[in-house]
Design a protein around this ligand. Structure first.
Ligand code: NAD
Ligand code: UD1
Length: 350
């Protein structure tokens, strides 16, 4: 009998790619998402891409804070585990609207954990972030590096990590894996699903992509005086399909290791790439020139962040397969086929 997985936020960028990998891996999947930052078209496309496995996917438009609705779902299906992606993630917005972030991310997660506990479902994979390493004093960031919240978004991740550690300590039946993602980019090789941010993108790759398709005139490069090879910020970009596979590896660990407790793993490549290197790789992949405007540093940015991948490689038996070239190729494939994302039309909020 195949295992049933509840995926919160499964219509989103990382969620949709993970749901596809889960279906192709033989899992049954139920997605809950309020579609606050996503489209149900993504779910339909995932079902199509999964072919015969598409029948193992169902999805419901539910807000995680709606405990009655969540309870109904858990009452109708015995889930073997939950992958919890659902949450708001825009750093700047979290500074402007902290209560909105605390309400959505914390109450949503607490409600989920309460309903899981009430139904005896105590295996969880949670989406944390490299943002909790703050401004790292040393790189690569290891799972033992000091943790620091730089903004309300990051604080919600740290608080949820602590909640997870606490509930597992209080009830050893819980088995929890906290995954710290570095910088997810790229798209499924079909170009059929990808990242579709609402409004002006905050992150580098979605912005570059929108310049390449003519939606924005130029990329602003934030900071040219960092102590890096070319003065621009360095990050650890990871292909979203590699990241999705990391979740399958984490699930296997939860199912196979009865002593896992509450464990944390970095998901990155272990390689740092500068903004200018990323632009050059994207220009090569797309054949498009990306006009640049050099500017000062973005407040809150670290100079260099990349992962130590040793723990995930050893204990999850997972490693990345794709490099920057493939990330840019697949990002461009998605962008050129879907220049306005899932809706197919210019978005007036831009
Ligand atoms: P996303 O916005 O594309 O996906 C998140 C999904 O959660 C969206 O579909 C949204 O509609 C849904 N959602 C939000 N609040 C909800 C609620 N209360 N109830 C139900 N659904 C809700 O984001 P993503 O990039 O796929 O990120 C997934 C997770 O990974 C998030 O928790 C994010 O913080 C974390 N993360 C993302 C990155 C990144 O760069 N993309 C990096 C580190 C961590
Ligand atoms: C951002 C978030 C972080 C989150 C991470 C992964 C902020 C302050 N931090 O970090 O919380 O975990 O994404 O999603 O938003 N850049 C430009 N021009 C742009 C956009 C970015 O030069 O228009 C530069 C940045 O200065 C940085 C690099 O590109 O050096 C990557 O930026 P970004 O994609 O936003 O990721 P992070 O800074 O790692």
């Amino acid at each position: 009998m195949s295992k049933s997985i509840l995926v919160t936020g499964g219509a989103g960028y990382i969620g949709s790619h993970t749901v596809l990998q889960l279906l192709q891996g033989g899992f049954r999947v139920v997605v809950v998402d309020n579609l606050d930052n996503s489209s149900d078209i993504a779910i339909k496309r995932v079902a199509e891409l999964a072919g015969e496995f598409g029948k193992n996917l169902s999805s419901q438009k539910i807000d995680l804070r709606d405990k009655d609705a969540l309870t109904k779902i858990f009452s109708s299906t015995n889930f073997d585990a939950v992958i919890h992606f659902a949450g708001l993630k825009a750093v700047g917005e979290s500074v402007q609207k902290p209560l909105h972030y605390y309400n959505n991310n914390l109450i949503g997660t607490i409600t989920l954990l309460e309903v899981m506990a009430a139904h005896g479902c105590k295996k969880l994979v949670f989406s944390s972030s490299a943002t909790v390493y703050g401004w790292p004093k040393e790189v690569p960031c290891t799972e033992e590096s000091p943790l620091f919240a730089m903004n309300p978004y990051g604080r919600t991740k740290l608080i949820i990590e602590d909640i997870c550690r606490d509930i597992q300590r209080g009830d050893p039946d819980w088995k929890i894996i906290l995954l710290k993602y570095f910088n997810p980019v790229g798209a499924h090789s079909s170009g059929y699903i990808g990242e579709d941010p609402r409004g002006i993108p905050n992150n580098l790759m979605p912005f570059i992509q929108q310049v390449a398709v003519g939606r924005r005139p130029a990329l602003t490069v934030y900071g040219t005086d960092y102590p890096t090879k070319d003065g621009t910020g360095v990050r650890d970009y990871i292909h979203v399909v590699d990241l999705a596979d990391g979740h399958i590896a984490a699930l296997q660990k939860l199912f196979e290791d009865s002593n896992i407790g509450c464990e944390v793993y970095n998901l990155g490549t272990g390689k740092g790439t500068s903004v200018l290197e990323m632009v050059a790789a994207f220009e090569k992949a797309s054949g498009k020139k990306i006009p640049l405007v050099m500017a000062g540093r973005r407040p809150g940015d670290a100079a260099i962040v990349y992962a130590s991948t040793a723990k995930a490689e050893k204990e999850l038996k997972w490693k990345t397969n794709y490099g920057i070239e493939e990330m840019c190729r697949d990002q461009w494939n998605w962008a050129s086929k879907n220049p306005y994302g899932y809706c197919g039309l210019p978005d007036n909020s831009n």
